[in-house]
Design a protein around this ligand. Structure first.
Ligand code: UD1
Ligand code: CA
Length: 453
């Protein structure tokens, strides 16, 4: 049967105390609900109905790249009422997977397990046993069969002793769901249309209701406040660290790494503490990342050391380069094989050729730098006149002395040398020496000033 999904996300999320709809709060830089949408596309959901109530504009723009049926629940009259909003999109012969938008760590393997259980019964429920089930719907059983869910507020003291709870995730056929939703009332402690009442209806019709379970309870934990958000973020990051280590990466401290996107790694990669990886990052073989580095959307080749406190964004680094400590590669930075960038060097839209070096205190912007060129300490490419940006072309085997300002547009030919302290405003030809600084004057017989009394 084709799989349809209904994601419930109309609750206000008051306890987040935020102007952002709760389900857009991120785990690993990605909206919570996007984690669920991604899991749904992995399990092959053919259509996704998102029931929303607040923050329509914010939701629609944050989730614009998804194929979603937007189902407005203008008034939040309960989870059953929420699912009713998606009914016009659901066919009788769909299997309908119902989830909540604020349970972001749900695993594809768990959803697949639920789908398997449904193949043996009429309604599959994801349940879990908790030491403290306070506030949640309790699972009522008759042996192997589930017969009802009783909400905490409606439960007797005896029922409140039950540890098995409803996660809110369930699967049933479209035809059953629609029939049961049609019979829902709101005669209960909260005067809400409870989705959970369909379980009792199914049982009365003699349907078979079976449970599946997640690997760990935290997978189905919801987010209602920022404490829970932080807890799930930590859990997510622990998982990522575990995955990395099992794939052969040395992670110096699995509690101090953050992967907010995709990190691909070669063999023998070593990552020191407090590194953050964002977007899509690819690391080659034998790459060592020092402590406190931030890498975003970049590709790093083999045999490389990135020293502590370096930041790379939208950068491409070939093999055997060294970077940092305290280096900053901004978008469009490219280092070819064996290039070196040292401390307090910033690059932007610049290519550093094979074996070229900029070891200290330098800004290289909109520049092309050839092979084996040495950029001295304190070199600045002056690429901006306050209005426009200009390019700098530096050939191969060039030696740029310290404290040089190269005013773009500029061209330094192959093998040229620039004397330290120069302000270069004219083109320098191949193998020429350019010196552009005030001449030194020595004054003989100079007497130092004495202290005035
Ligand atoms: C619900 C279940 C309970 C279960 C618990 C798991 C019902 C009646 N109860 O509890 O058995 O143990 O989830 O967390 O289903 N929502 C809407 N529209 C509404 C109401 C809720 O979209 O009118 C959404 C919320 O945004 C949320 C989800 O449904 O994502 C669950 O709602 P919430 O109020 O958190 O759950 P409970 O009703 O307390
Ligand atoms: Ca509620």
């Amino acid at each position: 049967m084709p799989l349809s999904a209904v994601v419930l996300a109309a609750g206000k999320g008051t306890r987040m105390k935020s102007s952002l709809p709760k389900v857009l709060h991120p785990i690993a830089n990605k909206p919570m609900v996007q984690h669920i949408l991604d899991a749904l596309s992995e399990v092959g959901a053919e259509q996704i109905n998102l029931v929303y109530g607040h923050g329509a504009d914010q939701l629609q723009s944050a989730l614009a790249h998804n194929q979603i049926n937007w189902c407005l629940q203008a008034e939040q009259l309960g989870t059953g009422h929420a699912v009713m909003q998606a009914v016009p999109n659901i066919s009788d012969n769909d299997d309908v997977l119902i989830l909540v938008g604020d349970v972001p760590l749900i695993q594809v393997s768990t959803l697949n397990r639920l789908i398997e259980v449904k193949q043996q019964c009429d309604l599959a429920l994801l349940t879990v046993e908790l030491d403290d089930p306070t506030g949640l719907g309790r699972i009522i059983r008759d042996g192997d069969n589930i017969t009802a869910i009783i909400e905490h507020k409606d439960a007797t003291d005896e029922q409140r002793e039950i540890k098995e709870i409803n996660t809110g995730i369930m699967l049933m056929s479209g035809i059953d769901l629609k029939r049961w939703l049609g019979q829902l009332g709101n005669d209960n402690a909260q005067q809400e249309y409870y989705l959970t009442d369909v379980i009792g209806m199914a049982s009365e019709e003699g349907k078979r209701i079976q449970a599946a379970h997640p690997d760990t309870p935290i997978e189905v934990e919801g987010v209602n406040n920022r404490l829970q958000l932080a807890r799930l973020e930590c859990e997510y990051q622990h998982r990522k660290a575990d995955e990395l280590m099992l794939s052969g990466v040395t992670v110096k401290d699995p509690y101090r790494i953050d992967v907010r996107g995709t990190l691909e790694t070669g063999t023998d990669v070593e990552i020191d503490v407090n590194c953050i990886f964002e977007g899509t990052v690819k690391l080659g073989n034998n790459v060592t990342i020092g402590a406190n580095c931030i890498l975003k959307d970049c590709v790093v080749g083999d045999n490389k050391r990135i020293e502590p406190f370096s930041m790379l964004e939208d950068a491409e680094v070939a093999d055997a380069c060294t970077i940092g400590p305290y280096a900053r590669l901004r978008p469009g930075s490219k280092m070819l094989d064996g290039a070196k960038v040292g401390n307090f060097v910033e690059m932007k839209k610049t290519t550093l050729g094979k074996g070229a070096k900029a070891n200290h205190l330098t800004y290289l912007g909109d520049a092309n730098i050839g092979e084996n060129t040495n950029i001295g300490a304190g070199t600045i490419t002056c690429n901006y006149d306050g209005v426009n940006k200009f390019k700098t072309e530096i050939g191969s085997n060039v030696f740029v002395g310290s404290n040089t300002a190269i005013v773009a547009p500029a061209k330094l030919g192959d093998g040229s040398t620039i004397g330290a302290g120069s302000v270069v405003t004219k083109e320098v030809d191949t193998d020429e020496l350019a010196i552009a600084r005030a001449k030194q004057r020595n004054i003989k017989g100079w007497t130092r000033p004495t202290k005035l009394s």
